[in-house]
Design a protein around this ligand. Structure first.
Ligand code: RB5
Length: 146
């Protein structure tokens, strides 16, 4: 494991069960999980939860974030509005590894209505096990930020 230790998790109501499975999985991998909810399946608003998780990463309180909603798209859009956040939606393991390796993504988004739990946990593994390659990819990431 690299210097990544604390991982913030959040979701909307559409992804409560998958978020709990991700929390258990990520904890078992040895990371500290900061699960900021919500805890009930009552209908809520994904921008609130995407932004709250993104702020934990942008502030440095957490090293990375994993967020979930029905498609993964809305919560990703909200997270990416927070300066310094690079969040990608992934439904496959190749993309999940590449958003770390090439894009230095500090957040991963998953659609709970798109992928089942087994694939979702493999996506989480691919994302967390990958490392940013730097070099020419670093220049390109800098261009996103400027
Ligand atoms: C909630 O019904 C749904 O719109 C939300 O989870 C997500 O898919 C939005 O992008």
């Amino acid at each position: 494991m690299s210097d990544i230790k604390r991982i913030v998790l959040s979701s909307d109501h559409a992804a409560i069960d998958l978020r709990q499975a991700v929390a258990t999985h990520v904890t078992a991998k040895g990371y500290e999980v900061v699960d900021i909810g919500p805890t009930t399946t009552e209908s809520t608003h994904y921008p609130l939860h995407g932004k709250a998780a993104a702020e934990r990463v942008a502030s440095g309180d957490c090293d990375l974030g994993i967020i979930l909603c029905g498609t993964g798209q809305g919560i990703m859009m909200a997270a990416n509005k927070v300066p310094g956040i690079r969040c990608g939606v992934c439904s496959d393991t190749f993309s999940a590894a590449m958003i770390r390796a090439h894009n230095n993504a500090n957040m991963l988004s998953i659609g709970a209505r798109v992928v089942g739990e087994g694939i979702a946990l493999e996506i989480v593994d691919a994302y967390l096990d990958a490392e940013f390659e730097g070099g020419r990819h670093g220049k390109r990431v800098d261009m996103i930020e400027s």
